[in-house]
Design a protein around this ligand. Structure first.
Ligand code: 5GP
Ligand code: ZN
Length: 115
């Protein structure tokens, strides 16, 4: 599996940096954001290093579909009933801070810290 040893999310996948996991399988990892915008704020990532949404190709379609299908399940499992937001920041103008593809999934009662 493609991995970047300097990438913080690859290091989370490898267990070198601790995280509060919400879901894991062979292909995907979901963990709680360290600085949540909302009462429930989960990041869903491919375990493989894909730098951003720009780097997604046709071959990533099943992985992306699985991430989107996982989002509502994660929200339900974490008690979110009133709706949620799903966000992918891409590149510098998209305010992407961590260069490993991730989908933010945020929910829970308002007010939120951001968003
Ligand atoms: P971006 O701006 O790249 O879309 O979002 C990156 C997100 O990763 C931010 O919301 C930030 O709080 C979160 N984050 C950065 N480093 C860590 C970390 O070490 N652990 C966890 N759980 N979240 C992180
Ligand atoms: Zn990575």
């Amino acid at each position: 599996m493609n991995r970047d040893p300097s990438c913080i999310f690859c290091r989370i996948v490898a267990g070198e940096i601790p995280s509060r996991k919400a879901y894991e399988d062979d292909e995907l990892l979901a963990f709680h954001d360290i600085a949540p915008w909302a009462p429930v704020h989960v990041l869903v990532i491919p375990k493989e290093h894909v730098a951003s949404f720009y780097d997604v190709t046709e071959g990533h379609t099943p992985m992306l579909g699985r991430i989107m299908a996982l989002a509502p399940r994660l929200m339900r499992e974490n008690g979110v009933t009133g709706g949620f937001r799903t966000l992918v920041n891409t590149g510098p103008d998209g305010r992407q801070e961590v260069p490993h593809l991730h989908v933010h999934v945020m929910g829970g009662p308002r007010p939120w810290a951001k968003g």
